[in-house]
Design a protein around this ligand. Structure first.
Ligand code: T5A
Length: 233
């Protein structure tokens, strides 16, 4: 029998930082940035220091990689090559922003994280799932989110929102993919949620922003009852 290429069991150590790490995931225009901001405001009202960040990006080096990736400059590398660059951006983001913030007791609210690589480069992009899984273990290690909010929306509605917001600006690398790509993305995110129900909670993103924010706040309070007492804020 061949020895495994890497030996990193799922039971790898949990991280020890005191802050909480919450990610938002979903297709284009699902409302992740809007809800990340609203959640951070809610947390601050409840007396918790919250930092909003995003991927790709969140640190100067990762933002430079974001510009290249969203301009399509890495598309010729193929989906796994792109995944490696998203991973490089993620390593810098974790090392320079996420881990230090969590270590200082802040909560980090991140607009997209490793589930986006699974969905965009893995399921929809068709990079080999075992390579994507291996990359995630190397890049993310124990820095897995405590909670992920999946904003689920019909892809045509999400793309229409993104286009309406973007005006005449050119669509980016992934917005420009065929509808079938975005349909595959939605299925991939729902599959991740089905496999990891304790971490990933689905919220209907077709509702009004305030209603979505209320539902997310209920989920967050329920997820961290020792910190956020019922009825807080
Ligand atoms: N990517 C990313 C990968 O391929 N692999 C990876 O590993 C990672 C991390 C990032 C791209 O990179 C890809 C995925 C992406 O294609 P991006 O610009 O950050 O690029 O793309 P998105 O994350 O999709 O950001 P968007 O801004 O397009 O979408 P959001 O953040 O989901 O939506 P938001 O909040 O900006 O809202 C969009 C518009 O809709 C309105 C807002 O006002 C705004 O105009 N809106 C609503 N309208 C009606 N009802 C609601 N409930 C609404 N909520 C918001």
């Amino acid at each position: 029998m061949n020895a495994p290429l890497v030996d990193m069991p799922e039971a790898a150590a949990r991280r020890v930082e005191p802050g909480r790490f919450i990610t938002f995931e979903g297709g284009e225009g699902a409302g992740k940035s809007t809800q990340a901001r609203l959640l951070a405001a809610h947390l601050e009202q409840a007396g918790i220091r919250a930092i909003v960040t995003r991927e790709p990006g969140g640190s100067p080096r990762a933002e430079a990689l974001r510009s290249a990736l969203l301009a399509g400059k890495a598309a010729d590398l193929g989906p796994f090559g792109e995944a490696v660059l998203f991973g490089a951006a993620r390593i810098d983001h974790i090392d320079t922003l996420i881990r230090p913030a969590l270590a200082g007791g802040a909560w980090v609210v991140c607009d997209r994280f490793a589930d986006s690589t699974r969905a965009y480069q893995g399921a929809a992009g068709k990079a080999k799932p075992e390579l994507i899984a291996m990359l995630e273990r190397i890049v993310v290690g124990p820095m897995r989110p405590d909670l992920t909010i999946l904003l689920d929306l019909d892809p045509e509605a999400g793309l229409a929102r993104a286009r309406a917001r973007g005006g005449d600006a050119a669509v980016d690398r992934f917005e420009g993919e065929q509808l079938a790509f975005h349909v595959a993305l939605r299925s991939a995110f729902l599959e991740i949620a089905a496999k990891e129900p304790a971490r990933v909670r689905i919220v209907d993103a077709a509702l009004a922003p305030d209603e979505i924010a209320d539902r997310i706040w209920t989920i967050v309070r329920d997820a961290f009852p020792a910190v956020l007492k019922q009825g807080a804020a």
